[in-house]
Design a protein around this ligand. Structure first.
Ligand code: C2E
Ligand code: MG
Ligand code: MG
Length: 514
C-alpha cells in the first residue's frame, strides 16, 4: 500500500468555503428576490423576505457542511493512514501492530487456536545504514519487505516495528509443517544477499517468537517478550531464533546493565588485553599471539567478551573499544619476541566503519609496529555485509602489508565463492570442528577440506581451540601445522612477568615437543 498523501482540503479552506457560501447565498438571495419580484418586492412583507433568505442560506450551509464533513472524513482517513502504515514500506506501523496483536489475542482466547508473534530483526541495522548511506538503507528495507511478504502465507499480518525490525502475526493453522522448520526456512530465505542498486548486501537476522495465549495476551507484554526472545537469539549467534521462556527477563536486565556500564568501564580503564600463543607444531616455535579483551568489573569481576562485545557493537561503543584494543595490542607487540606477530580481533562493525583503514594506518604510525607483525582477525560475517567494500578494504590492508585471518572459519556462510574475490592471508578453523575432530568423522572431513582449500588458495591455516593431544595429532595428520588452544597456553596478561609467563609456555612446549 502506498503512503497516504496530504488532504486536499485544509481547515482554512473549509472555513472559507462555508463563509463564502453563506455570504454568497445571502447576496444571491437578495438579488433573486429583487429579480423575481421586481417592484413587488417592496410590497412583500419583511417576514416573508427573511424566511426566503434564511431558507436559501440554510441550503447553501447544508452544501458547505456536506463538503466540510467530506473533508473531515478525508482527514480521518489521512490520520489513519499516517499512523497505521509505515511510510517506507506500507506495512503496519508499530501502533497498528499493537492493535492487531490485541485482536489476535481476543480471537485466540475465544477459539483456543495458538497465534505466534515472530519478531525479526536485522542485526546491527543502524551500523549498516550508517555504512551504506540512508538511501541505500531504505532500498534495503524495501527489498527486504518484498521478500518477507513473498516468503509468508497470505493470512500473515506483517508490521514494521523498528528501523530494521519486523513483526509477523501468524496462526498455527497457517504454518506449514512445524514452527521450527518454518522459521528456519524463513531465516534462510531472508538471509540470502540483497541486490541493491550499488552492491550486493548481506544481512544477518535474529528472530524471537512468542505464542499466544501461552505466553500472555497483553499486546505490549507480548511485544516485550518477543523482543526478549530476539535478544536471546542474538546473543547466541548469527541467524538464530529463540522461543520466549520466563527467565529471559533476568537476561534482559543483565544486558541493560552491561549497556549502561560499558561507557563508565571504558573511562575507568576496566579493560585489559590477554594474549594466547599460536604455535607451529613442526618447529615447536610460537609464531604469534592473539590479543583477547578482558573486562574486570570492580564489583562483578570478569565479564566474558561474548557477553559484552555484541552489546558494544549494538550501542556503537565498539568504536572506541576496538580502537583502544588495536592501539594497545600494537604497542604491546614491542614486549613480544621480534619474530612474533600480534593478532587483533576486529568486529564486523569496526571493519565496516568509514575510515577503518585510516585508523589502522594511524595506529601503525603512532605505535611504530611493522606491518608484518600485525594480523587482523575478521569473521566471514564482516566480509559478507558489503562484499565490494570488504574487498576494497582487504586489498588496501594487503597493500599495506597487513595479513588478515578469517576467524571462526566454517561457521558463517556456506557459499565459498567470496574467497576468490578477497585478499586475505589465513583461514582460522573454528573451534567447533576442532573440538569434535576426535569423536566425529565429519568434523575430520571438514578440517581436511579446509586445509585443502587453504592450499588451493595459497593461504596459511591455523586451528583454534586445541585442547587435547589427540586433536593436535589429528590436525597434524590433516595437514594443519599451526595451532592455538588451552593445550598450549591459555590467554594470559602481558604484565610484569606476564610476558615471561607466556614465553614460559614457549619454552615448556618446545621442551615437550622434542
Ligand atoms: P575468537 O576470536 O574466536 O577467540 C577465541 C576464543 O576461544 C577466546 O575466547 C579464547 O579464550 C577461547 N579459546 C582459546 N583456546 C581455547 C580452547 O582450547 N578451548 C576453549 N574452550 N576455548 C578456547 P574469549 O577470549 O572468551 O573471546 C571470545 C570471542 O570474543 C573471540 O572469539 C572474539 O570473537 C571476541 N573477542 C575477544 N577479544 C576481542 C577484541 O578485542 N575485539 C573484538 N572485536 N572481539 C573480541
Ligand atoms: Mg579471534
Ligand atoms: Mg575464533
Amino acid at each position: 500500500m502506498s503512503a497516504a498523501g496530504n488532504p486536499t482540503r485544509t481547515p482554512v479552506f473549509r472555513l472559507l468555503t462555508i463563509a463564502s457560501s453563506g455570504i454568497g447565498s445571502f447576496i444571491l438571495g437578495l438579488w433573486g428576490l429583487k429579480f423575481g419580484f421586481g417592484d413587488g418586492l417592496a410590497a412583500m412583507q419583511t417576514g416573508t423576505m427573511i424566511a426566503i433568505i434564511a431558507a436559501l442560506c440554510a441550503l447553501a450551509s447544508a452544501g458547505a457542511a456536506l463538503s466540510f464533513f467530506a473533508g473531515v472524513d478525508e482527514s480521518a482517513d489521512y490520520v489513519f493512514k499516517e499512523t497505521h502504515f509505515d511510510k517506507l514500506t506500507g506495512l503496519l506501523a508499530r501502533p497498528a501492530m499493537v492493535g492487531r496483536i490485541a485482536d489476535a489475542a481476543s480471537a485466540t482466547m475465544k477459539t483456543g487456536e495458538p497465534v505466534f508473534l515472530i519478531d525479526i530483526d536485522i542485526d546491527r541495522f543502524k551500523q549498516i545504514n550508517d555504512a551504506i548511506g540512508y538511501s541505500q538503507g531504505d532500498e534495503l528495507i524495501g527489498v527486504f519487505t518484498s521478500r518477507l511478504k513473498d516468503s509468508l502465507p497470505e493470512g500473515a499480518v506483517i508490521g514494521r516495528i523498528g528501523a530494521g525490525e519486523f513483526a509477523v502475526l501468524i496462526t498455527d493453522r497457517e504454518i506449514e509443517g512445524s514452527l521450527e522448520s518454518a522459521v528456519e526456512k524463513l531465516i534462510d530465505q531472508m538471509m540470502e544477499p540483497y541486490q541493491l542498486s550499488s552492491h550486493l548486501q548481506s544481512v544477518s537476522l535474529s528472530v524471537g517468537i512468542v505464542a499466544m495465549p501461552k505466553d500472555g495476551v497483553d499486546p505490549v507484554l507480548i511485544l516485550r517478550r518477543s523482543n526478549l526472545a530476539l535478544q536471546n537469539a542474538r546473543a547466541s549467534g548469527v541467524g538464530n531464533w529463540s522461543v520466549f521462556h520466563s527467565d529471559m527477563g533476568q537476561v534482559a536486565d543483565y544486558r541493560q546493565w552491561i549497556e549502561s556500564e560499558l561507557h563508565t568501564a571504558f573511562d575507568r580503564g576496566d579493560f585489559d588485553l590477554h594474549y594466547q600463543p599460536q604455535l607451529d607444531l613442526s618447529s615447536g616455535r610460537i609464531v604469534g599471539y592473539e590479543a583477547l579483551i578482558r573486562w574486570r568489573h570492580p564489583e562483578r569481576g570478569m565479564i566474558a567478551p561474548m557477553e559484552f562485545i555484541p552489546i558494544a557493537e549494538e550501542t556503537g561503543m565498539i568504536g572506541p573499544i576496538g580502537e583502544w584494543v588495536l592501539r594497545k595490542a600494537c604497542s604491546d607487540a614491542r614486549h613480544l619476541p621480534e619474530d612474533c606477530f600480534v593478532a587483533v580481533n576486529i568486529s564486523p562493525v569496526q571493519f565496516m566503519t568509514k575510515d577503518f583503514v585510516g585508523i589502522v594506518r594511524d595506529t601503525m604510525a603512532s605505535t611504530g609496529i611493522k606491518p608484518s607483525r600485525l594480523e587482523l582477525e575478521v569473521t566471514e560475517t564482516a566480509m559478507m555485509q558489503d562484499r565490494d567494500r570488504a574487498a576494497t578494504i582487504l586489498r588496501q590492508l594487503a597493500e599495506m602489508g597487513i595479513s588478515v585471518a578469517v576467524d571462526d572459519f566454517g561457521t558463517g556462510y556456506s557459499n565459498l565463492s567470496y574467497l576468490i574475490d578477497f585478499s586475505f592471508g589465513k583461514l582460522k578453523i573454528d573451534r567447533s570442528f576442532v573440538s569434535r575432530i576426535d569423536t566425529d568423522s565429519s568434523s575430520g572431513a571438514v578440517v581436511s577440506t579446509i586445509v585443502g582449500l587453504s592450499r588451493a588458495l595459497g593461504v596459511s591455516i591455523i586451528a583454534e581451540g586445541v585442547e587435547t593431544e589427540t586433536q593436535a595429532t589429528l590436525l597434524r595428520a590433516a595437514g594443519c601445522e599451526v595451532v592455538q588452544g588451552f593445550l598450549y597456553g591459555r590467554p594470559a596478561p602481558l604484565e610484569l612477568g606476564g610476558a615471561l609467563a607466556v614465553h614460559g609456555i614457549r619454552e615448556r612446549r618446545v621442551a615437550n615437543l622434542h
